[in-house]
Each structure stands twice: as C-alpha cells, then as structure tokens.
Design a protein around this ligand. Structure first.
Ligand code: GLN
Length: 539
C-alpha cells in the first residue's frame, strides 16, 4: 500500500478567493479517478468552533453527522464529494490551544516551557496527520484558512514546512491560490501581487508547487510563463481559475487546466483512469437547461449575507437541477413583512421557505408569512425555527391559543407550544451544547415526508435547544396539523404537516446539510416540484 499523500492549499493576496471550492474541485477530480480523498480545514481564529459566532461574522454554521459545528466550506466538501465529514475535518486555533493548555495543566510537558514552536506546531501536525494516519484515505487535502502573511496563519505555514521536511519526497504538494488582478486603466493583468505572495511563502520556507490564479480574464501563454519564472514553478503548474457561472463548473475548469494531472505527477501517483464525471455533467446540463422557472421566497433575518443560508441555497440548486427547473431564490427580511403588506410582498412567490434562526428579531414577520402560505395554499417549507414558527402560527390562528409562543421568545408564555428541551434546561454554557448532529426519525406512512424519502426510517442533522411541546400534540392533530416524523428514542416531534394543504412541511432538523450533487435532498426536490406545480396552476 502506498502512503497517504498530503496536499496543502494556501491562499495569498486577498481572502475570499474560493480556496474551499478549489480544494473541493480538486478532490472531486481525484475521487473521480478512483482515489479515496478527504478534505480538512484549519481555521486560524480562536473560537473553538463557529457555533458561537453570529452568521454575519462567519456565514452559515455547518453541522456534521457527529455533531461538529463547522466552517461552511465543509458543506462544499460534502456536496462535491458526496461524503460525510466529521469533527476531525475542521480544526481551529482555539481547539489547538485548548488541547495544548489542557495537556500543560495535566503536567504532560514535564516541566518544559510550552511554546508556539514546537508545542503548538506539534499539535497542528498531529491534527493534520490524524485523518492520514487512519489509513482510510489515499490523499488528504488540507485547506489552511486565512491569507499568507497574516500573523495568525504563521504557525500553520511553519507546520506545513516541517511536515514537508519530515515526509519523503513526493509525499506532499503545496497549492497556493492567488489573485491576478486586472487593471482596467492599464488594460492589463498584473502578476506582482502573486509574486509577492509567493515570496512571503518562501520567507517561511515553503515553495508552492502549483499556483492557482484567480482571474477575470484569460492568462495567456506569456503571462503564465512570467508567473512560472518569477515564482519558481513549472509553466504547466500555473493554473488559470477564471470566473465561472456556477461553482459546479469549477471541477471541469480545473480538469481542462489539468490541475489533477499536475498534482498526481508531482505526488508520483498514477493517473489511473480519466475522471468519470458523467453524472456531474448531467447535473450541470440539467441545471443550465431548465424547462421551467420558479420564484421561492427565503424568509429570514440574516438575508443581507446570503452566505448565512449557504446550504439552503445550494440545496435549491441541486433540487432545481433534479426538477429541470430554475429556482430563483428571493432573500426577504421577515422584519419587513406584516399583515398589511403580506400579499404585496409574497404574492409573486411560488413557494415559501422560512429559515432557521435564533432569537426574537423578525419572528412576527415569519409567523405572518406562514399564515399567508397556509391560507393561500402556497407550498411551504419550514426549517428548524421555521418549523417552530409554523407550530406557533397554527396554535394562534387555528387552535385559537392567541397567546401561544415559543418559550425562546417569551419564557413566561402561558402557552409554550414550543418549549426548551428538558436536557437543555440545566445547561449554562453556550458553546457546543445544543442538540447537535444526526438523530433517527420515524416517518408516518402516507405523509408527504414519507412520499419524498420513499422510506420510513431516516437520519437527519440537528442544531437546536427548543422542541415541539408534546402536551399540545393531540390538540394539534385534532385540528389538522399532523406530527409525521418522530424520534423513536425520545418521542420528539421532528416533522409537522398539514395534509389538506398542497405542500406544507415543517422540519425540526436541517435537511439542507445533507443535500449533495449526487443526492439532492428529497424534501427540497419535492418542495421545488410542488412550487413548480403551483406556478403552472397560477398562470
Ligand atoms: N432557535 C431555535 C432553537 O434553538 C431554532 C434553531 C435553529 O433554527 N437552528 O430551537
């Protein structure tokens, strides 16, 4: 058996160049050639995980099966590769320091002074090699968050230097992602920022093997040669990454640029077969040749930053392609919706999704939106807080419990139809303490959820503290809201539906985290289908 190979992906010049997409695209190409690949991300911030961060700070918090709250790039890895990631796939500076400090308190450093080098770098190294040591993978791609030159990225680059030094030749490759900006006034692409960024890497003792250059214009042979010469890489290792229509085009672009071949040659790995990307190409073809177009409202409170709902947006792309339907997602602020303007604001929509979230802001707008969807037979999909709001709306307007609320919004409410889970009541710490990760759920035969999944036993991922209050269950069911998904161990209500409505489904879990290109999520697929049917009827 050959040893596990390591590919490091670093970023230069600016942030937001799309290291996650490049890493996922390369992984896709290697996987499609028959290699077992996984990706991990190292984030240089001091939070233990992004779970405690506001979505405005960091975009969506992605959740894995094993309950890790992670960077949203892990979502890209899962969506591209159709694999599941875990705690080990996302490490932060906070986690590194926490481990080192705990070891110090236990006296494990035997009287030594604990320092960034070697103790922090050793812990980074241990974490980088953890997945490789499992023997499960041929190739591990490690994405280093941040930009080369940042103070906080330094220990990571130093660790990469040490790993390359320790491993044998051809066991590691370094890809550096940079920007080649276009100066409109000079009508020229500029290579200097790339040169400087590579120089910074060299100062830390790491020579990139491949440069992936983000650009708005084609690079041209001369420019490639110039970059290659000054950055000390071969010309074929200068890879152009030009802006594309959708992130799902990137693997094919990278294949055209031979990124996978260059890397395999560097790692002295056989090219095996050509990548099998037939199903990927089919997906893209359906995505780009839709037969219908629909408008979906995504009602939330972090709508200024679409990254806050990344997995939902991507799940709509997967489900749209599956239905050969272009899904236009309209991000709408729930605070701006009220009884007086609901029709004007929501009337053009073919489907309404009320998003997950926390806290009181914008709640009443969400409830008004749900009332509109319910009364006007507009397909409705509520996720987590969206489901909880659907329960509150039904309690108030159908069960007649006018003061019904979630105890998250009003702890003193007389009718807490959504209430804090029992095990949450004694928890005081905020980080990593929600009900997190994958739990089983049993579906009622004949329900919309059952029809979508095509089976009765499912597993979905969670991130919440509040739940449907079981005391009210009989009253809801009598009044026409059915509980069609139940956790078989705790009896917790996971799905509510209204069977007399064309498509009204609220889920306590987060289906968006499990939608991939190869496996679009069944609930999103059915929701888009229902919205498509609604749109046709409307005309
Ligand atoms: N705030 C709600 C809860 O904690 C919903 C969480 C969510 O939407 N992810 O239960």
């Amino acid at each position: 058996m050959t040893k596990t190979k390591y590919i490091f992906v670093t970023g230069g010049v600016t942030s937001s160049l799309g290291k996650g997409i490049i890493s996922a695209s390369l992984a896709k190409l290697l996987q499609a050639r028959g290699y077992k690949v996984t990706i991990q991300k190292f984030d240089p911030y001091i939070n233990i995980d992004p779970g405690t961060m506001n979505p405005y700070e960091h975009g969506e918090c992605y959740v894995t099966d094993d309950g890790a709250e992670t960077d949203l790039d892990l979502g890209h890895y899962e969506r591209f590769l159709n694999i599941t990631t875990s705690q080990a796939n996302n490490v932060t500076t906070g986690k590194i320091y926490q481990t080192v400090i705990e070891k110090e308190r236990q006296g494990q450093y035997l009287g030594k002074t604990v320092q960034v080098v070697p103790h922090i770098t050793d812990e980074i190294k241990r974490r980088i090699c953890l997945l490789g040591d499992s023997g499960e993978y041929d190739i591990i791609i490690t994405e280093l968050g941040g930009t080369v030159g940042d103070i906080e990225s330094l220990p990571y680059i130093e660790t990469v230097r040490q790993i390359i030094w320790e491993k044998e030749e051809h066991e590691c490759a370094v890809i550096h992602l940079t920007l080649v900006p276009y100066l409109a006034a000079a009508k020229e692409l500029k290579t200097k920022p790339t040169q400087h960024s590579v120089k910074a890497m060299l100062e830390y003792g790491v020579q990139p093997d491949v440069l992936v250059c983000r650009t708005e214009h084609e690079l041209g042979a001369d420019l490639r040669k110039k970059i290659a010469l000054f950055c000390n890489v071969k010309v074929n290792a200068v890879i152009e990454s030009i802006d594309v229509e959708t992130i799902y085009d990137v693997p094919l672009k990278m294949q055209k640029e031979k990124l996978d071949k260059v890397i395999l040659a560097h790692l002295k790995l056989p090219s095996k077969m050509e990548p099998d990307l037939d199903s990927w190409k089919d997906f893209l073809w359906r995505l780009k040749n839709p037969k219908q177009e629909i408008n979906i409202g995504l009602i939330g409170k972090y709508v200024e930053l679409p990254d806050a709902y990344k997995s939902i947006a991507e799940a709509f792309i997967h489900a749209g392609s599956e239905n050969e339907c272009k899904v236009r997602v309209h991000y709408m602020h729930s605070e701006l919706i009220n009884d007086d303007n609901a029709k004007a604001k929501l009337g053009h929509l073919d489907g309404i999704l009320v998003a997950p979230g926390f806290g009181e802001r914008g709640i009443e707008g969400k409830i008004t939106t749900i009332k509109y969807a319910r009364e006007n037979a507009v397909p409705f999909f509520g996720i987590c807080l969206g489901m909880q709001c659907a329960v509150v709306e039904y309690a108030r307007n159908v069960l007649g419990l006018k003061d019904a609320e979630s105890s998250e919004m009003n702890p003193a409410t007389k009718n807490p139809v959504i209430d804090m889970m029992e095990e949450q009541k004694k928890i005081t710490k905020k980080g990593g303490t929600m009900r997190l990760g994958s739990y089983p759920c049993q579906l009622s035969k004949g329900s919309k959820a059952y029809l979508a999944y095509g089976k009765a036993k499912i597993n979905e991922r969670h991130r919440h503290r509040y739940e449907f209050n079981d005391k009210y269950r009989a009253a809801f069911e009598k009044a026409g809201m059915q509980c069609t998904g139940i956790n078989p161990d705790s009896n917790l209500v996971e799905i509510v539906e209204i069977s007399t409505h064309p498509w009204f489904v609220g889920v306590q879990f987060h289906p968006e985290y499990k939608s991939t290109v190869d496996n679009p999520h069944p609930l999103f697929v059915r929701f888009v289908k229902a919205a498509g049917e609604y749109a046709l009827k409307k005309v």
